[in-house]
Design a protein around this ligand. Structure first.
Ligand code: IPT
Length: 944
């Protein structure tokens, strides 16, 4: 498979060496085509094995590189990238693509790293982000969203006019990384073909000339599939989440079906557009449970079954890295701050056992090219009905791929069988074993480099031609026996360097029999073929290998926690690798010397043809304890004499929202331009003395609350209304709360202060405005027992004055947020000794210094342990990095990503505690989540 950007990588590397900027645009262009089997680039078939990554969930360009390097190191050939309209657009006509919103820089990075990109700019993306990626202001645009209504059309064309040119200039066809462009998202309910057609045409008109795709929900029963007819795309894909999102029961097996991607078109490859690789934590079980639900066994069984059953050659694994719903990015109903997703790479960028499984599979699909073009063929018969087989073959090479797994998907027994296998090189009896929910893809009739693999009951991880030798890594489950048969013209000489391997020779077949254990090493030479180093490992030992491209050809690295990059110059291999502890490193490379991080490593040459040396681990690190907290009361808006004269008067009598107000005037926060976070209301009236209560309604999103004060006295709180849909358009009387009013005298001026949480905007999954355009804030307010006139003023985060660095979703309308108390400069007078919080808002601030070792990567979290009736909004150097819901859980650790976190210098923490009642102040502490020695980028700094 050709990497489109190798040329560019070289240019970039040279440029870095010479300390001149790399040219922005690569000169080499490529042709992208496709047929019913696969995508091709310049006529060479490509297996697109991509992992989903959301740049908007990681506010740090530097860490984008870290995560994308980790994705690449797992063998992914691409990334799937949603682009989030609302993240870039605070108000109509206002767009920002700078800093953490720089999509150009993101695509430059994919290009530099040689990763293909499937870009998915919506306009609707779902993705558990606020509004499903729609900007909040779209709620005030008349006309149904996700339809061809003129109001919506004008709005989304504005977005596409901004984003399409960025995507277009990064296409593979122009020397960049973008290999496909996805329109809309699971567009299967209330569809409108005119709209779909326009998305397609608008992309083409903007110069998008790579294939246009769509990700259909679930299976072909959801229509239209956009495979044909008006609005059809080039490559229709399918989303599949066979394990569901019930993380609290991680042992279930495929409750949402077998996970076999359907073919939607005869003219396009089978595309598993979103294939489940983690889960949202709907029931707050914690992401470790989600990682179990979608763990290595799931990935083995479902992904391998799907590969062979469906013949898919395009994949988007959702998610490779989930990230963080920082600020008010998250959708209110299904997620909390962490969007870790139980993914292969954790929110704090750590590699898991799922990562190892992805690596085994990713290296395989990438190395074994005949997989890009296969048809179903008859599978070898199994003599044990408990063990089932399914097969595909490449019609050009004859190479066969046989899936072996239990016939009953849920079976957990340990079974053996003998396959009667007619391979391209003859008929064989092949013993296999399936222990539990395992699945294997066995290969026969394969030109493995210069070798001929007749068959193997071990799986192929990868193979490379290195310094004139074929080096192959096979693997099997520890303790299971395996056999590999290779064909030679004459009997080759075999040297077993490690492991208990028995060899036999019969009629051109060299047969190796062994038990998978540790790492067996066999050298084969002669026999009319190039020399072969055969490495046969277990799941554990195979996962120790890393495969890297260099300008001198591929290299293999065994050991280290992560091998990111390599370069060969002369006889020296320069390696960029991470270590978690001191240990061995072994490299198979056309080199005699090894340099890691600029430091020569003492190596010895091994009999395997490799170099072996030792690398140091990281030094231990200590983080400072957080001390010196200061406090400031944060809800002056409750005081009767608070000056609200500059606030917006709520005087609208109509709204574009399809959800009607309970009372007039309209109090919907968005209708007055306040879209994210908390909103304050002050309702003034002259008491008649007969008031008995105020009846309020507010909509906050799930688990949201609103709080009410009368003349500074706390009256209490109520739960806010949640998602509306067409069945219950307004959730009969949304978020009702009755607050008794006592002690008011006739003629007395009185003021109600109401603080309403806004947890984000509903998605638009079913393309019905009732749900997405459900308002936020107060939706009804009436005095009981009195006809006094209530006049309201409203204050929140102004959509026209959003933070230029941190973006439109960073802050809401708390007093301290409006006054900048969350910012590094927001200290000053007015702050005093810490006090326990009472109902309303209390701010806490402190500073701390870090000086982490520059050659170590130490992800840091802020750890909350307090319990009580409060929610705490945490700001690091002004960045709103999450919301600790002490009353709900489950998240206690909040990742502080480097970037917002200064690893070398002073940091400011500010915490806005919104307490529902009297509570206690439990100060959080810093926590180390991992520690690796790294080679700081870029690799170009390494000596030549
Ligand atoms: C699929 C969406 O396409 C994606 O945006 C995200 O929301 C994902 O689900 C869940 O995390 S929808 C599919 C579950 C039907």
């Amino acid at each position: 498979m050709r990497r489109p950007a190798v040329g560019l990588v070289l240019v970039a590397l040279l440029a870095t060496l010479l300390s001149v900027p790399a040219p922005a645009v690569a000169t080499r262009t490529h042709e992208v085509s496709y047929d019913r089997y696969s995508l091709s680039v310049d006529g060479e078939r490509v297996l697109l094995w991509s992992g989903e990554f959301h740049y908007f969930r990681l506010p740090s360009q530097r860490l984008w590189r870290d995560v994308l390097e980790k994705i690449r190191a797992a063998g992914f050939t691409g990334v799937s990238l949603y682009v989030n309209w609302g993240y870039h657009s605070p108000a109509p006509g206002e767009y920002d693509f700078t800093g953490v919103r720089d999509v150009d820089a993101l695509l430059d990075l994919t290009e530099e790293l040689g990763l293909y990109a499937v870009v998915r700019p919506g306009p609707y993306i779902n993705a558990e982000v606020s509004g499903g990626g729609f900007p909040a202001w779209l709620k005030q645009v008349p006309g149904r969203a996700r339809s061809s209504d003129p109001g919506y059309t004008r709005a989304y064309r504005e977005w596409l006019a901004r984003i399409n040119p960025i995507i277009a200039r990064h296409q593979v066809t122009r020397g960049g990384s973008v290999i496909a462009y996805n329109v809309e998202n699971e567009y299967a309910a209330n569809t409108d073909a005119t709209y779909m057609r326009d998305l397609y045409d608008t992309a083409r008109a903007a110069g998008i000339d790579v294939p246009i795709t769509h990700n259909q929900c679930c299976d072909a029963s959801w229509t239209p599939t956009w495979a044909s007819g008006p609005g059809a795309v080039d490559i229709p894909g399918v989303d599949d989440y066979p394990q569901s999102f019930e993380c609290q029961t991680p042992d279930v097996w495929g409750p949402w079906g077998p996970g076999l991607t359907e073919r939607l078109s005869d003219h396009a490859p089978v595309y598993a557009a979103e294939y489940q690789a983690g889960a949202i934590d709907l029931n707050r079980a914690g992401y470790d449970r989600c990682r179990e639900l979608t763990g290595p066994a799931y990935l083995r069984y479902f992904t391998k079954s799907n590969l062979i059953a469906s013949g898919a050659t395009m994949f988007g694994f959702y998610m490779a890295f989930g990230g963080t719903n920082w600020g008010w990015l998250g959708q209110p109903n299904d997620v909390y701050t962490s969007y870790d997703y139980g993914a292969a790479i954790t929110e704090s960028r750590q590699l898991t056992d799922k990562y190892a499984e992805f690596k085994r599979q990713g290296y395989f699909v990438r190395a074994v090219e005949p997989l890009t073009r296969t048809d179903p063929v008859a599978a070898p018969a199994s003599d044990n009905p408990a063990v089932g087989t399914l097969a595909r073959a490449n019609p050009d090479t004859g190479t066969q791929f046989v899936l072996v797994r239990h016939s009953d998907p849920a079976s957990t027994t340990d079974d053996v069988s003998t396959l009667d296998w007619s391979t391209p090189d003859g008929r064989y009896r092949v013993p296999v074993r399936v222990d539990g929910r395992d699945a294997k893809i066995l290969v026969a009739g394969y030109d493995l480099g210069g070798q001929r693999l007749v068959w193997s009951s071990s799986e192929i991880m990868t193979h490379e031609r290195i310094a004139g030798r074929d080096v192959a890594v096979l693997h099997g489950r520890a303790g299971e026996s395996g056999s590999t048969v290779l064909r030679y013209a004459t009997r080759p000489s075999v040297r077993v360097l490690a492991g208990d391997v028995r060899t036999s020779w019969h009629d051109g077949d060299l047969r190796l029999d062994y038990t998978h254990s540790g790492l067996a090493r066999v050298l084969v030479s002669g026999g009319g073929r190039p020399p072969l180093t055969l490495l046969v490992g277990t799941e554990q030992t195979s996962a120790e290998f890393w495969r890297l491209d260099t300008e001198a050809g591929p290299v293999l690295v065994r050991g280290t926690a992560l091998a990111r990059d390599a370069r060969v110059s002369g006889q020296t291999l320069h390696l960029r690798a991470d270590t978690a502890e001191p240990g061995e490193v072994e490299v198979f490379a056309p080199a005699r010397r090894l340099v890691v991080g600029g430091e020569p490593v003492r190596v010895r040459s091994t009999a395997s043809g490799s170099l072996s040396g030792r690398l140091a681990g990281p030094d231990p690190v200590d983080l400072p304890r957080l001390t010196g907290w200061r406090h400031r009361a944060g809800s002056p808006e409750t005081a009767p004499d608070f000056d609200d004269s500059a606030w917006t008067v709520a005087d609208h009598t109509t709204s574009t929202s399809p959800v009607p107000p309970v009372t007039l005037p309209v109090l919907f926060a968005g209708d007055y331009g306040f879209d994210h976070g908390h909103v304050w209301y002050r309702g003034h009236f002259t008491a008649t003395g007969t008031e008995t209560a105020v009846n309020l309604n507010a909509i906050t999103g799930k688990n949201g609350v609103y709080q009410v004060w009368l003349d500074g006295r706390y009256l209490g709180r109520a739960a806010g209304g949640t998602q509306a849909d067409s069945d219950a358009p307004v959730n009969p009387a949304p978020g009702p709360g009755t607050f008794p009013l006592t002690g008011l005298r006739a003629g007395q001026p009185a003021v109600l202060s109401v603080l309403v949480e806004n947890l984000g905007h509903n998605d638009d999954w079913t393309a019905e405005d009732m749900r997405f355009k459900q308002p936020r804030g107060l939706v009804g307010a009436a005095l009981a027992g009195s006809d006094a006139a209530l006049t309201w003023r409203i204050q929140g985060a102004d959509r026209h004055a959003t933070d230029p660095v941190r973006g439109p979703l960073n802050t809401g309308g708390l007093y301290g947020e409006r006054a900048g108390w969350h910012l590094p400069g927001g200290g000053g007078p007015g702050w005093g000794a810490p006090r326990d919080p009472g109902p309303g808002v209390s701010w806490y601030r402190t500073t701390f210094r870090l000086d982490l070792p520059r050659d170590q990567d130490v992800p840091v979290a802020l750890r909350f342990t307090g319990t009580g009736p409060y929610r705490a909004q945490l700001y690091l150097n002004g960045w709103n990095l999450g919301r600790y819901t002490a009353d709900l859980g489950p998240q206690h650790d909040f990742v502080l990503p480097a970037g917002p976190l200064r690893e070398h210098g002073p940091n400011t923490l500010a915490i806005a505690v919104v307490a529902l009642d009297e509570s206690t102040w439990d100060a959080p502490e810093l926590a180390v989540l991992a520690n690796h020695r790294i080679v700081p980028p870029p690799i170009g700094r390494l000596p030549k």
